[in-house]
Design a protein around this ligand. Structure first.
Ligand SMILES: C[S@@+](CC[C@H](N)C(=O)[O-])C[C@H]1O[C@@H](n2cnc3c(N)ncnc32)[C@H](O)[C@@H]1O
Length: 250
């Protein structure tokens, strides 16, 4: 893909997700359940949400802890949406929106107690993301990072073929755990996002939006790709999905 086509593709992809609360699969109750089991955080943790989109998790974290959240995303469209949502929820005093690259943060070493990243680490590669983010964490700080993961070693061929093209670095949970250990983390727990959350909170709102946007050759190809992704997920969601890795700086 040429640089111009790539830029056009990203713009169309951002437009497709415009106005959706979640830019990737996730679920608030599921996240709150993970948080309720974290016992080692300070009462007012220093929090970061990396690849925050329009703030599905940043807003939840701010509300839950009543503590500031540094919310980073490369898309100005999503950061503007986050600002607006924070205002509507009366949380603007707790949300620090940062349009920037989550791989290039100039924050001090050990400056984050809770690092959250949902559906975004794959943009850097899971292990690479962990290695870049590890120094940001305080002693015994916690990272909760979701990553598309294989649930089996015997992946069905159609799912393998699709994801080898879309995300060739996708690993099994066991492989991701090895990568996390190698990057300076111990594993506290792992949690699989239920497939229902993909449909209700992500695919269905996206399908609605797909019927509203202007069709161009690029949007047509993105829609086609997304529909294929949905068809595969419907058939093979027992074999892969988002796993949330709850990690502690070791
Ligand atoms: C699948 S979306 C998930 C967004 C959000 N966490 C959610 O669950 O709604 C991935 C996000 O990562 C952002 N992103 C991709 N590469 C990035 C980078 N290098 N730095 C910051 N954000 C990035 C995208 O703009 C997008 O908002």
């Amino acid at each position: 893909m040429s640089t111009d086509t790539r830029a056009e593709y990203v713009t169309a992809l951002i437009d497709l997700h415009r106005g959706r609360d979640r830019k990737g699969p996730g679920d608030s109750d599921f996240s709150l359940n993970i948080l309720s089991n974290l016992s080692t955080l300070p009462i007012k943790p220093r929090i970061a949400d990396l690849g925050c989109g329009s703030g599905a998790s940043a807003l939840l974290l701010a509300q839950r802890y009543q503590s500031p959240v540094m919310a980073v995303d490369s898309s100005s469209v999503f950061i503007d949406e986050l600002r607006e949502r924070a205002k509507q929820l009366g949380l603007e005093h707790l949300i620090i929106p940062i349009q920037g690259d989550m791989a290039q943060l100039d924050w001090s070493v050990g400056s984050v107690d809770l690092l959250w990243s949902e559906g975004a680490a794959y943009n850097l590669g899971f292990e690479q993301a962990l290695k870049i983010w590890r120094p940001l964490l305080a002693n015994s700080g916690i990272a909760v990072i979701s990553e598309l993961s294989w649930f089996t070693d015997n992946v069905p061929e159609p799912a393998l073929a699709y994801w080898q093209n879309a995300y060739p670095m996708m690993g099994t949970e066991a492989e991701n755990i090895v990568q996390a250990n190698r990057s300076g983390f111990s594993i506290l727990s792992t949690h699989r996002l239920p497939s229902q959350a993909w449909w209700v909170n992500y695919y269905e709102p996206l399908r609605e939006r797909m019927q509203q946007i202007e069709i161009t050759p690029i949007t047509q190809s993105i829609i086609h790709e997304t529909e294929e992704e949905m068809r595969l997920f419907k058939k093979f969601s027992d074999s892969y999905g988002y796993t949330f890795y709850v990690l502690q700086a070791a």
